[in-house]
Design a protein around this ligand. Structure first.
Ligand SMILES: [Zn+2]
Length: 210
């Protein structure tokens, strides 16, 4: 996408992820490491090395923070080709920035919640990013079926991934990491692929050929 749309979606990502925003540069490096080291000890989040999802996510958080704060040495091959917006990412990744979003969610509930139990949903809003990551990274390398032997434990958890909008096709994604369509068989469906095709058709993005 061009610079205008890149900035637009960078800002939209901040607004929608809010308290659990991930800096694109740090996330890109983390995800490239995951692909290179999938289900080995150097994988930042392989469920096969942890007794529960919490210890896996804590380990992932430490690596993510190390990349984001540049306190962790990262191989040169993982760097480059990601959006960078130092002012926004600095604000979004700070404790002040994250707590401000949390406070905003509480105020929003104060004005719009109609029952007391609705406040029990607040932790989900504070932690929506890590919850999404926990489901994808834990289930996607542990539960489901395999179309391909990728020399790892990646799996497709659901043939119609309505839950994580395509991200649970981990086995297909590790086989074809550059494909915008995470579904591979005729009976699988990635609900985000038609959205990407529409964005391509309207020239917001340009899908690579092949
Ligand atoms: Zn994976």
């Amino acid at each position: 996408m061009n610079k205008f749309w890149e900035r637009f979606f960078h800002l939209m990502t901040y607004i929608t992820q809010g308290s659990s925003y991930l800096v694109p540069r740090a996330y890109a490096v983390l995800h490239r490491m995951h692909h290179t080291y999938s289900d080995t000890e150097e994988d930042p989040h392989s469920p096969n090395f942890f007794k529960d999802v919490f210890s896996m996510m804590w380990h992932t958080k430490k690596i993510y923070s190390g990349i984001s704060n540049q306190t962790l040495a990262v191989s040169q091959k993982f760097l480059g080709n990601y959006p960078q917006w130092n002012f926004l990412d600095g604000l979004a990744d700070s404790w002040g920035g994250r707590i401000a979003w949390g406070a905003f969610y509480v105020v929003f509930y104060y004005f719009f919640a109609t029952e007391w139990w609705m406040y029990c949903l607040l932790p989900i809003h504070f932690m929506m990013g890590p919850i999404h990551g926990a489901v994808v990274n834990w289930c996607g390398h542990k539960y489901g079926y395999q179309n391909y032997d990728n020399q790892d434990k990646s799996r497709n958890t659901l043939p119609f991934d309505f839950l994580m909008l395509g991200e649970l096709f981990q086995n297909n994604h590790h086989k074809h990491p550059n494909s915008p369509n995470f579904a591979a068989k005729w009976w699988e469906f990635d609900p985000i692929y038609p959205v990407l095709k529409l964005m391509h058709f309207t020239r917001i993005i340009q899908l690579r050929k092949g």
